[in-house]
Design a protein around this ligand. Structure first.
Ligand code: C2E
Ligand code: MG
Ligand code: MG
Ligand code: MG
Length: 272
């Protein structure tokens, strides 16, 4: 399984580094401790509308501020969190934290700002997920249409019937759904019309390579025809941005505009 393979790679890597993450048995308790000690935090990457040069949303991206090892990226610990099942609790924390932040921004007058949150497969497939989303919306008092949940093809192909039901339930709550890393999974195009989704996020692997321009164009046209928003991920250069605009894709994230930022810096950027 892909996730397990990732986790092994990470474990091998960190034991090489004599990191504290090396003991497999310890990992779950380390992740649990990190939750309790509040060592996790969120950075936010702007989602930009290039036609107005305006920030229209942010994506919440988790970071682990480890007391000994410093900042650990999600690429290193999310696979382990998935492997141990801790991803469900961590994911709930991310969702709640990001919704409180959204509420704060909505109260400060940034009332059109979208908040995108990554949802892991196990989290999505957990029977309590819809209830969890619903109660977080209630607790935080956010307007749900400004919350977009990002799931991957890996999540949706696991159990198509179940996915259809859950997506419909989420739609009833009023939240939006994006397919993240679109184009990198093994799912069928058929589901695009079966599932209640709102947005395709083109994986950054397609954005960077010139030989993939035809694929990017095709995804944009397909998204338009299906009345889905299309977001380009990982835009790093002016040339990439221009290519996207020429093909009617104006929503993007990427280092060209901004890296994911700590909340204080994100606020400064919003104010500017
Ligand atoms: P993602 O959801 O596709 O997030 C985009 C990743 O691309 C982020 O990496 C972001 O920093 C990076 N990125 C953005 N713009 C650029 C760019 O222009 N160039 C390059 N090279 N990279 C760019 P990050 O924050 O390290 O997150 C990696 C992945 O970890 C995320 O990919 C997502 O799958 C996962 N992840 C992050 N936070 C969470 C979370 O709270 N829950 C879950 N389940 N997964 C998360
Ligand atoms: Mg994402
Ligand atoms: Mg992505
Ligand atoms: Mg991803």
């Amino acid at each position: 399984h892909f996730a397990n393979q990732n986790a092994k790679e990470v474990l091998f890597y960190s034991s090489d580094m004599q990191g504290q993450l090396s003991d497999r048995v310890d990992l779950e308790s380390k992740l649990r401790n990190a939750l309790v000690r509040e060592d996790f935090l969120l950075h936010y990457q702007p989602l930009v509308d290039s036609s107005k040069d305006e920030i229209v949303g942010v994506e919440a991206l988790i970071r682990w501020d480890h007391p000994q090892e410093g900042m650990i990226s999600p690429g290193q610990f999310i696979p382990i969190a998935e492997d141990t099942g801790m991803i469900v609790e961590i994911g709930d924390w991310v969702l709640e934290e990001s919704c409180w932040q959204l509420k704060e921004w909505q109260q400060q007058g940034y009332d059109d700002l979208m908040m995108s949150v990554n949802i892991a497969p196990q989290q999505f497939q957990n029977s309590a997920f819809v209830e969890e989303v619903s109660s977080i919306i209630e607790r935080t008092g956010i307007e749900p249409q400004y919350l977009e949940l990002e799931i991957t093809e890996r999540t949706v192909i696991e159990n198509v019937e179940y996915t259809i039901d859950i997506l419909n339930d989420l739609k009833e709550l009023g939240v939006k759904i994006a397919i993240d890393d679109f184009g990198t999974g093994y799912s069928s195009l058929e589901y695009l019309t079966e599932f209640a989704i709102d947005t395709l996020k083109i994986d950054r692997a397609f954005i960077h390579k010139q030989k993939n321009e035809a694929i990017v164009k095709t995804i944009i046209v397909m998204g338009d025809n299906l009345e889905l928003s299309v977001i380009a991920e990982g835009v790093e250069t002016e040339a990439e941005l221009e290519f996207l605009a020429q093909n009617n894709c104006y929503l993007y994230q990427g280092y060209f505009y901004s890296r994911p930022l700590p909340v204080a810096e994100m606020i400064e950027l919003l104010e500017a």
